[in-house]
Design a protein around this ligand. Structure first.
Ligand code: GLN
Length: 452
């Protein structure tokens, strides 16, 4: 399937054919032999998976979608990759993304965009457009993504797939190249809610290699997904995540979802999160600040690319300058410069400090909303997939895609996007987002399975 369609879709940056086939054959022979070894196989053993190329893997390149890491090979596996190997899921390869996961369309990849399998002239979302497109195009039944401001959920929405950002700390970030460490989270991409639950349960759990990793066990996700129900649950519609800027066809499918929930025995209530309107502003200060710090290590000395200045003395500073000028794309540079500015002496309180206060207000909005509702609901993205190139020259228009997904990252709460049907005006997939309190990921799977 990859060799049939990926020339057009371009979901993959690297295809790992030999190793994947070897793992698949090994699982086949264990199953054929039967007995204890076959019985001990993980339910996902033999199910192929694609990996976002921000997650480090031994034996396959990891580029983060950047020239900076072109040709670089990680000497170690991410914790999630160790778990995938142990459970014997064949890894199909590494999927395309916006450079260092910064973007909403996958157009900021240094290796060319991924296209949406529903319409090849449209974007597959971002930053994890490669993982979502691979699943939507039936190139892989499962994929892993990372979500800092929506990069699992928004690609899921615009490609008609399921994407989950777990509670912050529920899945180890060890081996996920850091974008904004206080927001980043690894999570599953799949075609069904149950598949996502199986994958999150497999890759999640406490990891001493990630100091922000939770000790909770998250072992009821699969049973929640198998027992979908909303009977007696209060579902809160977030007033601020709709209306102006939201495409009519997106809102229509969203109303259908509410109808379904009511029909299935849920109580639909309205909740207000007044500080969500500042979320995008706070995110685009906090995120670039952390980016500017995390990306400082790509200095031409420690990893990947090294470019020597064409003339003049060979000082370390000049090598760093030449390497970073050549290695980072425009969007990465924009965010490094923004973040460096926001953190600079004299501006800290006005920008980063204020943004952190807004973050607290958003957390309080969630607390108040979850006092009235068990799960919150909204459209995942304000529009269906837009055309390639449409927003490339307008960073603010691009950033607006994230209005509905960003609050969850700022508060650390889990979010799940699932397909909600097709918009009438363009026939493209619409995503429905569910949000739950921190550590209550199981609730998302229970409600998601009922809505599916
Ligand atoms: N689209 C958002 C951004 O550009 C989210 C990125 C992400 O979740 N990695 O920052």
């Amino acid at each position: 399937r990859i060799s049939e369609v990926d020339e057009q879709v371009h979901a993959f940056l690297h295809v790992n054919t030999e190793e994947a086939l070897a793992v698949a054959r090994e699982v086949d022979s264990i199953r054929a032999a039967g007995g204890d070894d076959a019985a001990a196989l993980h339910p996902l053993a033999g199910v192929p998976i694609a990996i976002k190329d921000l997650i480090v893997t031994v034996g396959q390149p990891t580029t983060a979608g950047s020239r900076m890491l072109e040709g670089w090979m990680s000497p170690y596996d991410a914790t999630v990759i160790k778990k995938i190997r142990a459970a014997k899921l064949p890894m199909l390869g590494k999927t395309n993304l916006d450079e260092f996961a910064m973007g909403s369309s996958t157009e900021h990849s240094a290796f060319g965009p991924t296209r949406n399998p529903w319409d090849l002239e449209r974007i597959p979302g971002g930053s994890g457009g490669g993982s979502a497109a691979a699943v939507a195009a039936f190139e892989a039944p499962l994929a892993l993504g990372t979500d800092t401001g929506g990069s699992i959920r928004q690609p899921g929405a615009v490609t008609g797939t399921v994407g989950v950002k777990p509670t912050y700390g529920a899945v180890s970030r060890y081996g996920a190249i850091a974008m904004a460490s206080s927001l980043d989270q690894i999570g599953p991409v799949s075609r069904s809610v149950l598949d996502a639950a199986l994958l999150q349960e497999l890759v999640g759990g406490h990891d001493p290699f990630d100091s922000t990793s939770l000790t909770d066990s998250f072992d009821t996700l699969v049973s929640a997904a198998r027992n979908g129900s909303v009977e007696g649950l209060r579902i809160g519609v977030v007033k601020e995540l709709g209306g102006e800027g939201f495409q009519p066809g997106v809102e229509a499918r969203f109303r259908d979802a509410l109808e379904m929930l009511r029909g299935a025995g849920a109580e639909v209530v309205e909740v207000s999160c007044p500080n969500f309107r500042y979320a995008l502003g706070a995110y685009y200060l906090i995120m670039p600040s952390e980016v500017s710090s995390n990306l400082a290590k790509f200095d031409g000395v420690r990893y990947g690319l090294r470019v020597l200045p064409k003339e003049g003395p060979l000082t370390i500073e000049r090598v760093m300058g030449a390497t970073r000028a050549a290695g980072f794309g425009e969007e990465a540079k924009r965010r490094i410069i923004l973040g460096t500015y926001a953190l600079s002496a004299g501006y800290y309180d006005a920008y980063y400090g204020s943004a952190q206060k807004v973050r607290t207000l958003i957390q309080r909005d969630f607390d108040a909303a979850f006092a009235k509702a068990d799960v919150l609901i909204s459209p995942t993205a304000p529009t269906t997939a837009f055309r390639l190139g449409e927003k490339l020259d307008d960073p603010l228009a691009m950033y607006l895609n994230d209005v509905a997904t960003i609050p969850a990252n700022l508060a650390g709460v889990p979010g799940l996007s699932l397909p909600g049907g097709l918009a009438d005006e363009d026939g493209l997939p619409v995503g429905i987002q569910l949000l739950a309190p921190a550590r209550e990921d199981a609730r998302l799977y229970k409600v998601g399975a009922a809505l599916e």
